[in-house]
Design a protein around this ligand. Structure first.
Ligand code: KG4
Ligand code: ZN
Length: 352
């Protein structure tokens, strides 16, 4: 079974073809990141316009790279939430039109759930991918850490899961992005913080961790703690504007703050994951979402848990359509309902 996946929830326009839920045949991604960098974050209107320009060439590329004609495609899966409204609309309208025109079944896909399914991609002939050695085992603890979401989810099987806890304010990736901005490091903040942290002392500062219900997170408080610490470091008070911090902090101070913040943020996730592991004894643990690319997170998690942790290739951690196609394959093969190609609507606040 070959599935075409389409993903346009944020600033990546992506299409991919996946066979039997685990074999990656192609993954095309066009990002409008370059246009957003100057604003320090994604501008929804610019992202939506970029999707309009990129979507058809990206789909064509995904089919060509997979050596597929339309006849070879069994169904189309498209992200319909969560995400930016204008961005989601382009993907959903394109997928609906193609499903009708080409006579294919259409499946609406939850973006956050799809991130988990990047871990089910275990085979590819494409160069430059490092895939997990085995399929994840159930019960499966999924640690979902992205720019929009931070949550722990326990899967008893496909489509049978419980959300154990989630962030009550900012997502961890969002906190990385905001702290990077305070330090004058380029957007997206996750990779910039990780890079700066490599030259810093992770024990230079200790940031308070929010005390939340068992499996819930909060990353808004820690972000403010970083701001206060940075202000104090240069001898200023709380009313000193964050926009002027980068010009006053030395490279060494920035590196130490980045490393200490990264350590604290990662420790928060790892501590809760460990508690969940001990309570539920899952047979598998996977990392999902953009922040899963973080090396310190992978290192701390491997040290804390007594089983191998699966994580996708970094290219499949950040937004892509391969994860959407993978999840769609399981929906088709396990008889989940298809969407109405004349009626599928977006759901920008869709939760798991
Ligand atoms: O999953 P994703 O591409 O988009 C959402 O669904 O939100 O995640 C993007 C987030 C951004 O906040 C980015 O800063 C973060 O993932 N990120 C990282 C790393 N690479 C990307 N965070 C920490 N370390 C990284 N290496
Ligand atoms: Zn995402």
């Amino acid at each position: 079974m070959k599935i075409l996946g389409i993903e346009t929830s944020c600033d990546e326009t992506a299409a991919a073809v996946v066979e039997d839920g685990r074999r990656l045949l192609s993954s095309a991604v066009a990002s409008s990141m370059d246009l957003h960098i100057q604003y320090g974050g994604v501008v929804p209107e610019i992202a939506a316009r970029s999707h309009v320009e990129a979507i058809l060439p990206v789909i064509r590329q995904a089919l060509d790279d997979a050596d597929c004609a339309w006849d070879d495609i069994d169904a189309i899966g498209v992200t319909y939430g969560a995400g930016l409204s204008g961005s989601l609309l382009i993907g959903v309208m394109t997928a609906r039109t193609l499903a009708i025109a080409r006579g294919k079944a259409l499946y609406g896909i939850n973006h956050v759930e799809a991130h988990v399914y990047a871990n089910f991609l275990t085979e590819t002939a494409l160069p430059g991918y490092k895939m997990p050695a085995a399929l994840p085992a159930f019960p499966l603890l999924a640690i979902i850490v992205s720019g929009g979401h931070s949550q722990l989810v326990l899967f008893r099987g496909h489509f049978d899961y419980t959300v154990l806890g989630r962030t009550q304010d900012d997502a961890i990736g969002e906190a990385f992005d905001k702290v990077a901005k305070m330090l004058g490091l380029p957007y997206p903040g996750g990779p910039s913080i990780a890079e700066a942290a490599a030259n810093g002392n992770a024990n230079a500062f200790s940031f308070p961790k929010a005390k939340m219900d068992k499996y819930d997170f909060s990353f808004s408080g820690p972000k403010t703690a970083v701001l206060r610490l940075a202000q104090a470091q240069i001898g200023e008070t709380f009313d000193f504007p964050s926009t002027k911090l980068p010009g006053r902090l030395s490279a060494a101070q920035k590196a130490d703050i980045a490393a200490s913040f990264q350590r604290a943020a990662v420790e928060t996730i790892v501590a809760k994951a460990k508690t969940a592991y001990e309570e539920f004894s899952p047979r598998g643990v996977v990392l999902a979402g953009g922040v899963a690319a973080n090396r310190e997170l992978r290192r701390q998690l491997s040290a804390a848990l007594p089983l191998p942790i699966a994580y996708p290739d970094p290219k499949l951690c950040t937004d892509n359509a391969a994860m959407v196609a993978a999840l769609t394959c399981f929906k088709v093969s396990l008889g989940q309902p298809a969407a109405d190609p004349y009626g599928l609507t977006i759901d920008p606040n869709l939760a798991m």
